[in-house]
Design a protein around this ligand. Structure first.
Ligand code: HEC
Ligand code: HEC
Ligand code: HEC
Ligand code: HEC
Ligand code: HEC
Length: 484
């Protein structure tokens, strides 16, 4: 029979005798109710503030566990000297061999077992929640607020805003798990000590998404057929003329059920292995491409007149890599637009009213200036637009203030969603490898200068990738055919 009153008295005495235990007891008793309520609220999803999770799991949880450790070690090790003497082997033996006696030692052992078990349960529950918390988008994207702000904002505006950061950035398996947690730890230290690079370097090493993670959701081998791509643009003229570029994109397929791979996703077919060698860490300068087909036939394309940068310079940020999704889709979610595209998007959604004369041209001028901070940019953009319309269209500046105010808000947003002065991210800091802006992207390989020894070049015909149906004009005719 366990006499709980006795037990409690012994505990209380044990605790009271040791200052360490008292400290531990006070700590746990004070934290426990808060922790319980907070964790329940968090599990129910009542409070969404990212700092809340941090306080519960990274501050209160560990303090609570520390309190319990103090409590137990106080009882065991820090008792007054007379008691320490009591814990000799002989004493223990004597106590245990006395049958039917409910000795002090047994009570203590029972008590400690109870405390240890309760602690273990609490620790397991909290470690699990804490682990889930470190995997959450709130922790990755919002906690390190200023550091991750650009990634988080671009992510939220992207088609992947419902995919959590870890789904892309952490591969499956224990190796990735430890790698990512170690890398996370390093990042937290860097954030705390303010030693991280601005902007954050890309490609990122330990957290680079792997092909398998994309393929959890996307199956390029199942893609088929061409796809209509439509880009809406606004000209920098008085009427902000709305024009369109329509293309039939040869998305193709990675090949399935006996069907051959073709088109753009031909690269990711299991039949073709493409690897490439590059000279710079940004993988902009590709100088050699190797293609191995299913039958083992090998083609090596080299840039005309290129030297072997890797052997020449002993690396220098270069390397070799097997091509996968990220060599084209390096911006599936952190999508930074060009100033033109950012404004076109706002004009299309009417966040910037297209009826305002010359707004495209003036907004473009305002957002492409250099600003020291987001705050200064907001003010600068507002001042410039206000002044320009006051001088050139006084009727709008005074008579139609809401229209101008709306245009200013939309223009500021176009800037704030893509430029982050605090992280040194300006227009074009991160390149997108989809397409061929500035001879980058596809044209890193698909240019006339890549040849095999036999003189074969890589595909450069426009039509092998897309068929331009309309370029910078109204595409109504094309769209009418497509909808019929
Ligand atoms: C759809 C997949 C996906 C999701 C979801 C995602 N990322 Fe990324 N992220 C990428 C890819 C791809 C890159 C570029 C990798 C490269 O080139 O090495 C990247 C790059 C980064 C970089 C390096 C800087 C840069 O822009 O290249 C950071 C930091 C980052 N991600 C943080 C996050 C955070 C924080 C979240 C969640 C808010 C997140 N990512 C969600 C795919 C994703
Ligand atoms: C958890 C599921 C999930 C994962 C993982 C994922 N995606 Fe997606 N992806 C989506 C969803 C959902 C959409 C939006 C589909 C839509 O809007 O029609 C999407 C859209 C896309 C699009 C089309 C974007 C557009 O503008 O239409 C591309 C390209 C893409 N994903 C590439 C990737 C790449 C590359 C990766 C790996 C780094 C990846 N995705 C990982 C779910 C995922
Ligand atoms: C050679 C470059 C390249 C590679 C490699 C590549 N893609 Fe694509 N992908 C494209 C292009 C180009 C498009 C169409 C244009 C666009 O989406 O902007 C596209 C379109 C897509 C889309 C949207 C399809 C649609 O119908 O809207 C998804 C999803 C996608 N790719 C996923 C993947 C995944 C997953 C991988 C890796 C297994 C991959 N891609 C590998 C270039 C590539
Ligand atoms: C290796 C494949 C490839 C080749 C070759 C190629 N393109 Fe493209 N092109 C693309 C892809 C991919 C995109 C854009 C996809 C996106 O933005 O999502 C694109 C986009 C474009 C756009 C739209 C740009 C915009 O944003 O308005 C134009 C115009 C264009 N290409 C013209 C050409 C012309 C002209 C040629 C021939 C000289 C050519 N391309 C050759 C792959 C190719
Ligand atoms: C790392 C180099 C590399 C990059 C980057 C690259 N490709 Fe390719 N691509 C190849 C090689 C190698 C071939 C096979 C030789 C050839 O047909 O030119 C190929 C072939 C193709 C083909 C012909 C496929 C077929 O059916 O035979 C298309 C279409 C294509 N690429 C489109 C693109 C597009 C679009 C992009 C950019 C989004 C791109 N490629 C980026 C290396 C690359």
């Amino acid at each position: 029979m366990v006499n709980f009153r006795e037990l409690f008295k012994v505990v209380a005495k044990g605790i009271a005798r040791s200052k360490v235990s008292i400290a531990g007891a006070v700590m746990t008793t004070l934290i426990f109710p808060f922790l319980l309520v907070a964790a329940l609220l968090d599990m129910q999803g009542v409070i969404k503030n990212p700092y809340f999770g941090f306080i519960i799991y990274m501050v209160m949880g560990p303090l609570f566990v520390f309190g319990i450790i103090l409590l137990i070690s106080g009882i065991l090790f820090f008792k007054s000297s007379e008691d320490i003497g009591a814990y000799t082997f002989e004493y223990l033996k004597e106590q245990f061999t006395m049958p039917g006696r409910y000795s002090r030692v047994r009570r203590l052992i029972l008590l400690i077992t109870v405390i240890v078990n309760v602690t273990l349960i609490v620790v397991v529950i909290f470690s699990y929640s804490a682990f889930r918390y470190t995997e959450s988008t709130a922790f990755c994207g919002q906690f390190c607020h200023s550091v991750m702000e650009p990634e988080y904002i671009t992510y939220q505006n992207s088609p992947h805003s419902r995919v959590s950061c870890v789904e892309c950035h952490i591969g499956e398996g224990a190796k990735w798990f430890t790698r990512s947690k170690m890398s996370g730890l390093r990042q937290m230290v860097a954030a705390a000590l303010d030693t991280y690079s601005r902007p954050i370097q890309t490609p990122i090493g330990a957290l680079r998404p792997v092909r398998k993670t994309c393929e959890e959701c996307h199956r390029p081998e199942k893609f088929h057929g061409d796809k209509l791509y439509l880009k809406n643009k606004f000209r920098p003229d008085e009427k902000n003329s709305h024009v369109q570029t329509a293309m039939l994109m040869k998305v193709g397929s990675g090949g399935y059920q006996g069907q051959r791979a073709y088109g753009i996703h031909w690269h990711v077919s299991p039949d073709n292995t493409i690897s490439y060698r590059y000279a710079d860490s940004g993988r902009q300068d590709i100088f050699e491409v190797k293609l191995v087909r299913a039958n083992g036939q090998e083609s090596i394309y080299r840039r005309k007149g290129s030297i072997d940068h890797l052997n020449q310079q002993g690396g220098g940020g270069g390397g070799e890599r097997v091509m996968d999704c990220m060599d084209c889709h390096n911006r599936p979610t952190h999508i930074y637009l060009s100033p033109d595209e950012a404004l076109d998007q706002k004009l299309l959604s009417n966040e910037i009213p297209p009826e305002l004369p010359f707004i495209k041209r003036q907004a473009l001028e305002a957002i492409t200036r250099q600003y020291e901070s987001t705050e200064k940019a907001k003010n600068g953009i507002a001042m410039q637009l206000m002044n320009w319309y006051r001088v050139n269209y006084p009727a709008i500046a005074t008579g139609n203030e809401t229209l101008l105010a709306k245009a200013i808000r939309g223009t500021q947003r176009a800037y704030m969603e893509n430029v982050f002065p605090s992280m040194n991210i300006t227009w074009g800091t991160y390149r997108n490898f989809i397409g061929h802006k500035d001879q980058s992207g596809c044209f890193r390989c698909h240019s006339g200068s890549m040849r095999t020894a036999a003189g074969e070049t890589m595909t450069t015909e426009c039509d092998s990738c897309h068929i331009l149906l309309a370029e910078n004009r109204s595409a109504q005719d094309v769209l009418r055919i497509c909808s019929e």
